[in-house]
Design a protein around this ligand. Structure first.
Ligand code: 15L
Length: 269
């Protein structure tokens, strides 16, 4: 098993959580993780280097692809790390004969859905940022390499990965670390996966995502955001909020650089 983006926030946690499950885990990133342990295998690779990525994939049967930028960036940053990087990863995987890929997509691939809607995985994408567009691109690659080349791909539209929900928006999209492991194991191990889009959220009463497909595939999340709700709501600042951010699931990613006529646009659900 290979995990890209292993030095990032999610990667750092996952290395520890996945090592007991996959003892031969290979960790990769642009930079060496500060907390790298002696019993870990680490390969330093720049995802924009196609030949290096192809080499990285040799002898690997499953990949958790977290590598790239995990927030909004300039077009060139997103292009290099998330567009070219994701292409190199899928192409390297195909050349090396990798069987499964779990692609870390994001709620920001569909961030422009209003909070009062509950969306299934097969909605039309509504990315809320260049970052969100790159996640739609990655999901597209996933479908292409699944249906054309037979790699079993799962795109996980991850909400907010954290030990606890950090604000009111995250009560709806929180994903606890152990629940992410459960979803990854479905993507890597469940027989018969061709191409799946699942939401990376825990068992949240306030969820904006219909994750029944994940449940049908065996997902049984254990964390719930609701017991945190009263404290999170009490701690939420009351003022200074953007109406655009508050209206849409993607929050501040939607409001950033916003130049639309919100009053008109919001009438269209
Ligand atoms: C994401 O996709 C980001 O990687 C993460 O930093 C958070 O911003 C998260 O979404 C979120 O929406 O909370």
């Amino acid at each position: 098993m290979l995990i890209t983006g292993a030095a990032g926030e999610i990667g750092t946690r996952l290395r520890m959580l996945l090592k007991p499950v996959y003892p031969h885990l290979v960790a990769s990133d642009l930079r060496r993780p500060a907390d790298l342990r002696e019993d870990e295998t680490f390969v330093q690779v720049d995802l924009t280097d196609a030949a290096a990525v192809e080499k990285l994939c040799q002898g690997i049967d499953g990949i958790v692809h977290l590598g790239g930028k995990s927030i909004e960036g300039t077009w060139d940053e997103i292009l290099q790390s998330n567009i070219i990087g994701a292409y190199n990863l899928f192409e390297g995987a195909r050349t090396a004969g990798v069987k499964r890929i779990v692609f870390a997509s994001s709620n920001h691939a569909v961030g422009f859905y209003p909070r009062e809607t509950t969306i299934p995985p097969d909605v039309v994408p509504r990315p809320d940022s260049r970052y969100g567009v790159s996640k739609v691109f990655g999901e597209g690659l996933g479908a292409l390499y699944a249906y054309k080349h037979g790699i079993g791909v799962t795109s996980l539209r991850i909400g907010n990965f954290a030990d606890a929900p950090i604000d009111v928006r995250r009560l709806s999209i929180w994903l606890a670390p152990d629940d992410l492991v459960r979803l990854i194991r479905i993507g890597l191990e469940r027989p018969g996966i061709v191409y799946e889009v699942l939401y990376g959220i825990s068992d949240n009463d306030r969820a904006w995502f219909d994750n029944s497909r994940a449940v049908a595939l065996g997902y049984a999340p254990e964390a719930r955001s609701e017991p945190h709700a009263a404290a999170v709501i009490a701690a939420e600042p009351k003022d200074g909020k953007s109406p655009v951010a508050e209206h849409y699931q993607g929050g501040t990613f939607c409001a950033a650089e916003y130049t639309g006529d919100f009053a008109t646009i919001k009438k269209s659900q």
